[in-house]
Design a protein around this ligand. Structure first.
Ligand SMILES: *Cc1c(COP(=O)(O)O)cnc(C)c1O
Length: 547
């Protein structure tokens, strides 16, 4: 038992006072500090970083009355050693990160109907849930850089180049988290013509000199591939200190754990029939699997979660995995099964991504799923009753094998029965198509007058199906990932002509009015990772010479 009554998970009698270390899901990179994993993003072996031990929060019930920031401090302290970031500094970073939110509660819980609730995650600067993590990550980057650069001038200063790929929301949230920060340049790639008009305006109208938008002729997955190529490129790594803001960055997952606890406590405090210790369900509209993965960590830390329900749109690789145990990129229609893949394993046809009304979830492969795979493989290894070092090694090897297969053949699996069994113990999944998304926005508006954005509607549709299985007694919290004004097309399609509906008056926040009159800053670039890399290098060189 360590200080604050917090014990570590697993067979080791490690204590919280010992520093938390991180390892890669592919097993070749271990023993890293929090600062190292935050600044690096992707592991050297191509894997993603996870904590060596998931801390068990045995004192979690005593956190019930804490404010959002106080709660964040308790949770982050289990993952970041005070020897790395002293408590007073961590508190300051947290306070600054959440003071930019428009709600005192940061992430308020709203009653929808019966035992169904909405966790509104969109009260940050860009009106999407990604602000919760990216406001924090921006301040973390700044903190580490200020510390590294103390007393240094000119070319001696450590400069961070952040490259990100976005289907819309990550980009604007990253830009708002990093704009104007010293010693940081940020480059955001988005698929040209495939983000909503508001999202594009939010990104491109930010005037700060350190912000660069790149409109790529391709899809979001192309942008993600370019990012991976650049992060893994020797030349780019030699000339730049690259940082990642995509949800592969561990700090994003960490930040998101907080609202699972916070909303649980909000429910306890507002509902007499829901008591500390009662189990509930969270339903999460999912794409890259980052948001729901934070829920999985909360569960492993000890929060009484009965199930995490994954809600996907028609890009349903996750849903298909839970049904079949096979993780498989979908072949684009009309592309023959054999020969459909190019030599490097990527789809020959532009992609198999379907454009839906919930574009932030239009992905072919969920990058954070790799982190869950590691934990499933680890649990499976544990059944062999060897030591923990062996278990971790096995997990790393298994994940490496799966991911290699995915890269070369476009699929892996079916995985072992037991691995799928662990996945099903903690998760359920639902796939929701565009028609049901529109219907759900309409139904909820008519029934309770609430306007859902299309991503949140995917989650609410999944909630309704989940309730059919559990019965109405089980409490459900659906994560609301965006403000409806960000996806006006879908909302308008669903609610045009409804009594009392007026987009400008009822939905549009004042912050969005007049954005289209501002100057847009964006460069068009071909779908070619080397061109992107060279552009980034040249631009950073120019910024450094002007500094
Ligand atoms: C990013 C995003 C999602 C998906 O979250 P993941 O962490 O990628 O699963 C869902 N809804 C909205 C509005 C988003 O911006």
């Amino acid at each position: 038992m360590a200080q604050n009554g917090i014990a570590e998970n697993g067979s080791h009698d490690q204590t919280h006072t010992q520093s938390q270390r991180y390892l890669s899901t592919r097993g070749d990179d271990a023993g890293l500090s929090f600062e190292e994993v935050v600044l690096k993003g992707l592991a050297t072996d191509g894997g993603l970083y996870i904590p060596e031990q998931v801390p068990r929060a045995s004192a979690w019930e005593s956190w019930k009355d804490l404010s959002y920031s106080e709660l964040a401090f308790e949770i982050f302290s289990l993952y970041i050693s005070p020897s790395e970031i002293p408590s007073a500094d961590l508190k300051d970073i947290i306070n600054r990160s959440y003071s930019t939110f428009r709600s005192n509660d940061v992430t308020p819980l709203i009653h929808l109907q019966e035992n169904q609730y909405l966790l509104e995650l969109f009260h940050g600067p860009t009106f999407a849930f990604k602000d919760v993590a990216l406001q924090f990550l921006g301040n973390l980057f700044e903190y580490f850089l200020v510390r590294k650069n103390k007393g240094k001038t000119g070319r001696d200063r450590h400069h961070l180049t952040v490259v990100g790929a976005t289907s819309g929301d990550t980009g604007s949230a990253a830009i708002y988290g990093l704009r104007g920060k010293q010693d940081v340049s940020v480059f955001i790639m988005y698929p040209k013509g495939r983000v909503s008009p508001i999202q594009e305006l939010q990104m491109t109208t930010v005037p700060d000199k350190n912000v660069h938008n790149l409109a790529i002729t391709g899809t979001f997955d192309d942008c993600q591939d370019i990012l991976k190529s650049i992060l893994g490129d020797a030349d780019a790594n030699k000339s730049l200190n690259l940082g990642a803001v995509n949800s592969i960055n561990w700090a994003r997952i960490l930040a998101q754990i907080v609202y699972y606890f916070h909303s649980y406590f909000s429910l306890v405090k507002s509902q007499a029939d829901f008591k500390l210790g009662d189990r509930l369900r969270f339903v999460v509209p999912s794409g890259n699997f980052g948001d729901i993965l934070a829920g999985y960590f909360a569960m492993r830390m000890g929060l009484p979660v009965e199930k995490l329900v994954i809600a996907t749109n028609e890009n349903d690789i996750l849903d298909r995995f839970w049904k079949s145990g096979k993780y498989e990129k979908k072949k684009a229609e009309g592309v023959a099964a054999a020969g459909g893949f190019a030599v490097d394993g990527s789809l020959a046809q532009a992609d198999g991504v379907k454009e839906t009304l919930s574009p932030a979830m239009d992905i072919l492969v969920s990058s954070n799923f790799e982190r869950l795979l590691w934990f499933l493989a680890y649990e499976f290894a544990e059944t062999a009753k060897m030591d923990d070092v062996w278990n971790k090694k096995q997990a790393g090897q298994e994940v490496t094998k799966w991911l290699k297969e995915l890269k070369t053949t476009g699929a892996f699996g079916p995985v072992y029965q037991d691995v799928l069994k662990y996945a099903k113990r903690d998760f359920e999944s639902e796939r929701v198509d565009d028609t049901e998304t529109i219907d759900t926005i309409q139904t909820l508006y008519r029934k309770v007058g609430y306007i859902l954005d299309p991503h949140t509607a995917v989650g609410v549709a999944a909630t309704l199906r989940s309730v059919e299985r559990t019965g109405p007694e089980i409490h459900h919290i659906s994560l609301s990932t965006a403000h409806p004004a960000k996806f006006s097309g879908a909302v308008d399609m669903a609610l045009r002509g409804e009594e009392g509906f007026d987009f400008e008056k009822k939905v549009l926040p004042a912050e969005f009015v007049g954005l289209e009159k501002k100057e847009m800053r964006v460069t068009d670039v071909d779908n070619d990772w080397q061109k992107v890399r060279d552009l980034v290098k040249a631009q950073v060189e120019q910024e450094l010479s002007e500094a």
